[in-house]
Design a protein around this ligand. Structure first.
Ligand code: CO
Length: 134
């Protein structure tokens, strides 16, 4: 069901220094910061030859990554995102198999303008998994 690794998202306490490290030390193709108010984050997209890395920084008062950064003050991998062809079919199969889809269980439009959903990390070996329809 899952296809390519779409991105790895890393929550960071200092967006500017994390972006500079990927650009200057790791020599990656680093984009400009983009505010995503609907998602409560500012994102820097890093394009690698085979996937993307997304640096996430809290935006606004109710950022979904604020609690994560409190627990992980130096930052850390927040989620990984796999591509699926049919997100409704994926949600139905996962729910039937006992996995928990976060929120109301329905796909939402994600940071790339495509339908996404998140799966409970306790159901997936401690990893928050995002599925994105491509
Ligand atoms: Co993501």
């Amino acid at each position: 069901m899952i296809g390519r690794l779409n991105h790895v998202a890393i929550a960071v306490p200092d967006l500017e220094s994390a972006a500079a490290q990927y650009r200057d030390t790791l020599g990656a193709d680093v984009g400009p910061p983009q505010d995503e108010p609907d998602h409560g984050v500012t994102v820097v997209f890093i394009t690698l030859p085979n996937t993307k890395v997304e640096l996430l920084y809290p935006l606004g008062d109710n950022s979904p990554i604020a609690g994560f950064l409190e627990k992980n003050p130096s930052g850390g991998i927040h989620h990984i995102c796999y591509e699926v062809e049919d997100i409704a079919a994926a949600a139905a199969k996962l729910t039937a198999d006992g996995a928990r889809v976060l929120g109301d269980g329905k796909p939402k439009i994600g940071a790339h303008g495509k339908p996404v959903l998140f799966l409970h990390p306790k159901d997936f070996t401690g990893t928050l998994v995002e599925l994105e329809e491509v």
